[in-house]
Design a protein around this ligand. Structure first.
Ligand code: ASP
Length: 334
């Protein structure tokens, strides 16, 4: 952890108590995903999808030993980014239209509301760690494309191919069909033709009450080169407010980013809604405009209430998992 964060945390200690000074309605609201084993003020970590339990097992020990929420979020997401067979996050997955895998990631540190993000990062595996460098080492919030790769090299990251046998084979099979990317399909008002995508989203609160959120993805299969999705956009792919809580999104980012659904979720939680009701309302805002899209949101308040919602994924088992001092629990979203 660099000096900027250390100072920020010290400066924040006084206001952390305020983190728990939620409106009475918010304290009383209980979402269906509430884990009764989370004591207010106890550390916890939440991660989306099936890789959630494994990611939480990497991140939670950091919190348990008094470590920072930002270290827990980074470690949990690095675990998923480096899974050799994970197609939707990190290297070796979701090639774009010309066969290259590119990464989007963001991290937001609650105590300072500082954000770092990379979009269309090429040839560097640990996108969330590069995003953290953007946050901690620069005044910028988002760096993209080959320039993000050059920034990563300046920060000491290794440049390496993000292609593996799976992504190469998938792309060759798709390219052999000679069809256009679905990115040129009509907007999804009749149906969502988009099939291939996923994002890891992680929320953590440490023993000092500090909140951090992060997300990382290789985006959308066979996307147009240069496409950046919702994940590195604050309020779209992820959002947090130290006084309230955090939310992470996954799904059709090209649609979801138009609504800043994680910002919306956190603001509804601020007004007293449970995380589950807030996530449902943020999803409904999108479907009310007529979009047929597949997507999900998971959210948690700083005092450990959590919940989620999804749209259009009848057959897709979207879930999030939470790990606390009493172990890990997976919460499927119906
Ligand atoms: N939201 C991501 C994107 O559109 C992909 C996903 O989470 O499914 O880039």
């Amino acid at each position: 952890m660099n000096e900027k964060i250390k100072l920020s945390r010290r400066a924040l200690l006084g206001s952390v108590a305020g983190s728990f000074a939620l409106p009475a309605a918010a304290r009383a609201a209980v979402g269906s995903g509430t884990d009764p084993s989370i004591q207010p003020g106890a550390p916890f970590i939440l991660t989306t999808w099936d890789f959630g339990p494994g990611a939480n097992e990497v991140g939670y020990p950091i919190l348990q030993s008094g470590g920072s929420a930002i270290d827990a979020v980074e470690a949990a997401i690095n675990y998923v980014e480096l899974l050799p067979d994970e197609y939707w996050v990190g290297y070796g997955g979701v090639p774009n239209e010309v066969g290259e895998t590119t990464l989007d990631a963001m991290i937001l540190w609650g105590p300072t509301h500082d954000v770092g993000a990379v979009g269309c990062l090429k040839r560097v595996k640990l996108a969330i760690s590069v995003a953290r460098k953007v946050m901690e080492e620069t005044q910028h919030s988002l760096i993209v494309g080959d320039d993000a790769t050059r920034f990563a090299a300046r920060m000491g990251f290794e440049e390496t191919s993000l292609t593996n046998l799976t992504s190469q084979t998938k792309w060759e099979e798709w390219a052999a069909k000679g069809i256009k990317t679905d990115a040129f399909d009509p907007e999804p008002f009749d149906e969502d033709t988009l099939k291939g995508h996923d994002t890891v989203g992680t929320i953590a609160v440490d023993a000092d009450g500090n909140l951090c959120v992060g997300c990382s993805t290789n985006g959308r299969e066979f996307k147009i080169p240069g496409r950046v999705g919702d994940s590195p956009i604050a309020g779209a792919g992820a959002y947090a407010d130290q006084d309230v809580g955090a939310a992470v999104a996954t799904g059709n980012g090209d649609v979801m980013m138009r609504f800043l659904p994680t910002y919306h979720t956190v603001e509804l939680m601020r007004s007293g809604m449970s995380p589950e009701a807030a996530a449902q309302a943020a999803i409904k805002r999108i479907t009310d405009k007529g979009y047929k899209f597949g997507g999900g949101i998971a959210a948690a308040s700083v005092d450990g209430r959590h919940g989620g919602a999804k749209a259009g994924w009848e057959d897709v088992p979207f879930s999030y998992s939470v790990q606390t001092q009493s172990g890990g629990v997976k919460y499927p979203i119906a």
